[in-house]
Design a binder for this molecule. Structure first.
Ligand code: PBG
Length: 356
């Protein structure tokens, strides 16, 4: 309903409005502190800025596939492709040029190579191991992070050994140690267990040390939640098709936060060099508490579903994609992340260069 013009209350003519505005200006608030002063121009905003984002903060997760000169689009992740090893090597060169310190590698294992025991995880010539060797040969200064968990290799899509209705903890840990050694032999710099089995960090540390890999770091997915935001990742590595049930008997309950501190404390005691909180934005409180409590290098993973949300919303024109990307990343820094795994890594590094 349209309010009849003549009946609008206190409707002032244009000159009257100007007079009212002028009168308001002469009435000053008695404020000693005005926080807007420090925000009045770009130069002062830069001076008082508390957190910054740079390429040094970024880790670029890369999906691998078989083939040559092959880039397979991931339907649920706009602008993200699975890369054959030669393409991944080109991405690695680009990462160095952009100042990104490290890649995290995730394989799409051919369906015929997946089985109940995840035996392909232990194959020294599996996709991840071949990629590590190829990339190290081309760009030895780039850090390589490999994921330790069985899900890309199992026929049932779980991160561990599945028997009856259960994921077996200790049996899985023995396989994970072998998987970690296989990756270290291929040249991985950081082993990143993402499986959430109990005791795996200590077992992997001991296994690495016994084989003289004491310089290989462990980045533990310490507080990893059973999250709906992993959906697009599971498309990318082909586990949406294989996964039976869900991962709630090993990944954390999104309702818990004190438990995250216990997970992190255990992983530190077992020898983790760096701990991670995952996903990112929905778990900023966890990130903050972990960093406050332990003060150790703490990474955040802005996961596939977070990436897809920003991309899809920006594609529809509802938000500015670049701004949302940078804001989400600085939020993770502000909450305590020392570095962030993000599918926006290359785009962010490019954007930051343009803005410099
Ligand atoms: C596998 C693994 C997952 C992610 C990283 N490693 C998926 C899962 O646990 O199901 C998720 C990453 C993302 O969503 O971007 N253990």
């Amino acid at each position: 309903m349209v309010w009849p013009l003549s009946q609008r209350p206190n409707r002032a003519s244009a000159p009257e409005q100007d007079a009212q505005a002028e009168a308001a200006v002469t009435k000053k608030l008695d404020l000693a502190t005005r926080l807007r002063r420090n925000r009045k121009a770009d130069w002062t905003r830069r001076l008082v800025r508390e957190n910054t984002l740079s390429a040094d903060d970024l880790i670029w997760p890369v999906f691998l596939c078989e083939g040559e000169n092959t880039r397979e689009p991931v339907a649920s992740m706009p602008d993200v492709d699975r890369l054959s090893i030669d393409e991944a090597t080109r991405a690695a060169v680009e990462a160095v040029e952009l100042g990104i310190p490290a890649l995290a590698l995730f394989p799409f294992t051919e369906p015929g190579l997946r089985n109940a025991q995840a035996s392909e995880a232990l194959n020294p010539k599996n996709l991840v191991c071949r990629a590590c060797r190829a990339i190290k040969r081309e760009v030895p200064t780039l850090g390589l992070i490999t994921d330790v968990a069985l899900d890309p290799y199992t026929s049932h899509g779980h991160d561990g050994i599945f028997r009856g209705e259960r994921i077996l903890n200790d049996e899985t840990v023995f396989v994970l140690v072998e998987q970690a050694l296989n990756q270290a032999l291929a040249g991985a710099d950081i082993i990143a267990p993402s499986d959430m089995m109990d005791g795996r960090v200590g077992a992997i540390r001991a296994g690495l040390d016994a084989e003289n890999f004491e310089e290989v770091q462990i980045l533990s997915y310490a507080a990893k939640y059973a999250s709906a935001f992993y959906g697009p990742f599971r498309d990318a590595v082909g586990t949406n098709a294989t996964l039976i049930g869900d991962k709630r008997t090993y990944q954390m309950d999104p309702a818990n936060s004190n438990e995250a501190l216990r997970e992190v404390a255990l992983d530190i005691a077992e020898g983790a060099d760096i701990v991670m909180v995952k996903p990112g934005l929905p778990y900023l409180d966890i990130l903050f508490r972990v960093k406050e409590r332990f003060g150790i290098p703490t990474f955040a993973y802005q996961v596939s579903g977070e990436y897809a949300m920003i991309m899809a919303t920006a594609e529809r024109g509802f938000i500015d994609g670049d701004k949302a990307m940078l804001e989400s990343l600085i939020s993770l820094k502000r909450a305590g992340a020392d570095a962030i795994l993000t599918y926006f890594a290359a785009r962010t590094a490019k954007r930051l260069k343009e803005m410099a």
